[in-house]
Ligand binder design. Structure first.
Ligand code: NAD
Length: 356
């Protein structure tokens, strides 16, 4: 298995492979970049089919966190961790305590939070053995999903403003793929704002609830991307925009919470070429990490949510620059994030020279 020469390695600062004989914990903890601050990122527990798959996932997600935090204006770096195990059958307190010991080895350069397959309760167990855990209920911000949904809602407003020239969502059609922790709350915000909802989930109860409570129209899960709508909001898994779905999209905007929405980097340009506005995933879904970054003794949820609303203006800036430069929005977002990192790097280098 290649690590340093893996295409996803991208100059990671450190990658820790952690093995705990007693509990059977096998985890990979990746710290991509700490230029802006300690690397904060979730812990994914997944039954990966191979170690290569787990490594690829953690490296890609970790790098994404560097860009996400930079663009959200946070003093945080990018990192992520994966536990190679089945979240339905392999969880135990001993396993998460062992994971906590792994996090502790990184001396605060990595701060773990919950992610797919792990819960706030799991991370609270890890917190018993290390202080480097964020997003826990006690003294922390708790579940980040409502903040993520609030950010996506603001991002959809910005996208509609830019693309459709409308200042509100009254009568705007939004097709939401995935009614989980983020997708359902997003639908509530959209409903309150007067949007028309089309929804899909592979879990039928959530769809029924959205139809009953929010007057949404149910759409089969394999058809939600092709409905006649203004906005397509992927809020399920990654890869929603791929060569198959791209040619069937009728939306003029793609804006949702899912990570890694573009199956390949070429999809960004393909969306642009079709005149579809894409709100880059790691920009629009940064609400959760913004909330968590406010944790601490002076935690103020209102102040955090206000900063989450800034996603609206960050996206407007990206859209304007992308239009001026005739470039895909995801490419422009990457460029801005790199500029932020380079400037911060230069500042700290200058600081070191002064203090030397
Ligand atoms: P979740 O697991 O609670 O919800 C996902 C939902 O998608 C589930 O209801 C699932 O049944 C549904 N789903 C799965 N496959 C589907 C398909 N093919 N068609 C339709 N529905 C399908 O997850 P979540 O916390 O709501 O996160 C949703 C997405 O947003 C994920 O990609 C996640 O990585 C991303 N995200 C979440 C947060 C957060 O704060 N929770 C933050 C940033 C990014």
């Amino acid at each position: 298995m290649k690590v340093f020469s893996s295409p996803d390695f991208d100059e990671h600062e450190s990658v820790l492979f952690f093995n705990d004989k007693e509990t059977g914990l096998k985890a990979i903890l990746a710290v991509h970049d700490t230029t802006l601050g300690p690397a904060l990122g979730g812990t994914r527990m997944w039954n990966y089919t191979s170690e290569e798959e787990a490594l690829k996932d953690v490296l890609r997600l970790s790098r994404g966190m560097t860009y996400k935090s930079a663009l959200a204006g946070l003093k945080l770096g990018g990192g992520k961790s994966v536990i190679i195990a089945d979240p339905h059958s392999d969880k135990s307190e001993a396993l998460f305590e062992a994971f906590g010991r792994a996090v502790d080895r990184l001396n605060g350069s990595y701060i773990a939070a919950e992610d797919v397959g792990t819960s706030v309760a799991d991370l609270e167990v890890a917190r018993r053995v290390t202080p480097h855990i964020a997003g826990i209920s006690e003294g922390g911000a708790g579940d980040p999903s409502p903040a993520t949904a609030w950010g996506v809602f603001n991002g959809i407003k910005a996208s509609v403003k830019h693309k459709l020239g409308k200042d509100n969502l009254e009568g705007v059609k939004v097709a939401v793929q995935g009614l989980g922790h983020v997708g359902y709350i997003l639908c509530q915000y959209l409903h309150e704002a007067g949007a028309e909802l089309l929804v899909a989930d592979i879990f039928e109860d959530s769809v029924k609830r959205a139809v009953q409570e929010l007057g949404a129209t149910a759409v089969p899960a394999d058809e939600i991307h092709k409905v006649d709508t203004d906005v397509f909001a992927p809020c399920a898994l990654g890869g929603a925009i791929n060569p198959n779905t791209l040619s069937e999209l009728k939306a003029s905007i793609v804006a949702g919470s899912a990570n890694n929405q573009l199956e390949t980097p070429e999809m960004g340009e393909a969306l642009r070429a079709r005149g579809i506005l894409y709100a880059p995933d790691y920009v629009i879904n940064a609400g959760g990490i913004i909330l968590i970054s406010h944790e601490g003794p002076t935690f103020n949820r209102d102040a955090a949510m206000k900063q989450v609303s800034d996603i609206h203006d960050t996206l407007l800036d990206i859209f304007a620059r992308a239009e001026a430069e005739q470039k895909p929005t995801d490419v422009v977002a990457d460029k801005i994030a790199l500029e932020i990192l380079e400037n911060a790097g230069k500042k700290s280098e200058a600081g070191q020279k002064v203090s030397a």
